[in-house]
Design a protein around this ligand. Sequence first.
Ligand code: 30K
Length: 733
Amino acid sequence: MAGSVWLQVFNRLFHGQVFHKEENKELYGKCKRQACPVNFYRSEMDTPSCLKCPPHSTAKSVGATICTCVSGHYRTPGEGPQVACTRPPSAPQNISFSLSGTQLSLQWKPPKDSGGRRDVSYNVECAQCQGIAPDEGLCQPCGAAVHFSPGTKGLTLPAIQIDGLEPYANYTFRVEAKNGVSDLDPSGSPSATLSLSTGHAEPLSGLSLSLVKRGPRRLELSWAGSRPRSPGVNLSYELHVLNQEEERHQMVPEPRVLLTELQPDTTYVVRVRTLTPLGPGPFSPDHEFRTSPPLSKGLSGGEIVAVVFGLMLALALILGFLIVRTRRRTQKQKRQRECPSDGGDREDKLWLKPYVDLQAYEDPAQGALDFARELDPTWLTVDTVIGEGEFGEVYRGILRIPGHDCFTVAIKTLKASSPDGHWWNFLREATIMSQFNHEHILHLEGVVTKRKPIMIITEFMENGALDAFLRAQEEQLAPGQLVSMLQGIASGMSHLSDHRYVHRDLAARNILVSQNLCCKVSDFGLTRLLDNDRDGTYETQGGKIPIRWTAPEAIAHRVFTSASDVWSFGVVMWEVLSFGDKPYGDMSNQEVMKSIEDGYRLPPPVDCPAPLYDLMKCCWAYDRTCRPRFRQLQTQLEQLLDSPHTLRTIANFDPRVTLRLPSVSGSDGIPYRSVSEWLESIRMKRYILHFRSAGLDTMECVLELTAEDLKQMGITQAGHQKRILCSIQGFKD
Ligand code: 30K
């Protein structure tokens, strides 16, 4: 019997239950005032029952009145013996920051292990250091000028705002996690640190850009920052060089640069900014430098020739101006008939006024607001996601401005998790867009910058992006409609180039289409971040360049001009006429660049009207000065619209200068590796299953096909039969 009683006792011990008087009457009758066993305690002698030690505590000997905490665990003085022992929390996790000027926000995630308590709080320490890493130099506590909100001690939320930091300084922040037992632990509180430099927060105001040497085609410049470079900070410089015709961006590791391939006797505006690990700083003020005149042999008549040439040039300019003005007037009237909007008047006032870049501003949000209107977020109703933008999702929504009609808008958002540098680029697009008012440029309604998420509100374009639209609408679009769309894009681009804005990423994916097929240029001022560049459109080439759309001089020397935009426009024409095909198909970017250098160009799209292919080829002139201007392209497209019969001649494939896509260069006869590749090239891939079902799986098999065979296979549309048979005939010729 006694044996079975002890068995019961052990069973209960083992299952963590307490001895209880009522339940164990028999036992207590025998064991009254008996000492509690190991790992049980009775805090007061008159407590009737033994209690199991609370978590993280033990009683090593029998008869304990309290269980002692295991190593690393504690009870605060106010916590009784029934309370579990707890430990200090682990370190805070994932400290992140966003820096705007010299205002800093730090956020972090709560510790993985709260130590078993709910009273976790945080202390923040700030130190100014000599190097960017705390051990790289001496650190001192931050001065009184640095202000912390809500404070530095006992923060209950995992975030802090810090103001008054010095520019061009290195800071280390230590965030310590604490709870009620942290002070009892001799090893101190675990913490996480973040080191950063505010170097980029300051404009290079004291910067003196100076000319070292100049020549007719080169300028050597150097500059010095207002402060000495901190040894730990990895600085480089970004240079913008522009004149009337071209704009260059260049990264340099040292505060000096040699600019080559410049025009003689030409003034260049140069600005520079620092690039730190945290992103770019604002640009320095503009400095002007002039290249020297071209070297001449000092012929006595040289000056006379120059004067005569100058006079002739002036005369040509005046004449040109008059012609352009007359043309613009007629074109404007025409455009207003076709694509009505209220933008006409402003265009004249702004003529040739260059757009202002957000980069000129010390505070980009201020720059954005100088142009774009700030909208109250309560005026917006966000509806559904319609696609993805560079910085976050794009939504359809409704804008209700009090006192106005409500209308549908597109809302571009900046992901809440975006790092500091991103919102700057995000708003840059809005500033640029807000300075243009044109029927073929995406219209900005306003911005929301005062509350997160930051948003850009633009017009809603019912047919979405042009590339997707073309792919979906292939059968429904007539050549005239395609030309009209291209004419709209050329007109938008003329306006941009008039204002000396170089787009750099003109492509069908960046054109939006309205309900009545009005095309508008979008995606301005984007610095490509492109973590989501899944198809390699923007390949890393020192910067992110959409190789297939970019002119060779822009790829090789970063010379981006309106003429390089014209090259891209040629590729957009090709995309439009081939209903959204990928330019250069499956060729790699390397192959594309090599073929262009070798003089090859994209082939005419299937059924492409000859005058349109001729225009494309002009856009792809290797020498950028030989390419047409956007105004000329616009006029020529208008002329084609006025005489639609000219669109009936179909372009020929010229094997000397055109790439065969997909390429098997050098092969005679059938230049395709498979039936599928061939059908794709003639835009008939939709019939691949018809061919497979008929057992036609090699190119040799298709050579003998007739119209009757095609009909039998279920390919009944006359136009499609013709396209297939003409292509087969082409192999035989
Ligand atoms: O209505 C729309 N208004 C917009 C304004 C839309 C998109 C942007 N920016 C994007 C332009 C394309 N670019 C590609 C790299 C990314 C930024 C500005 C816009 C869209 C749209 C949204 C995201 C991507 C592409 C287009 C839109 N998509 C639609 C789809 C649509 N509108 C209407 C119907 C639709 O049906 C499928």
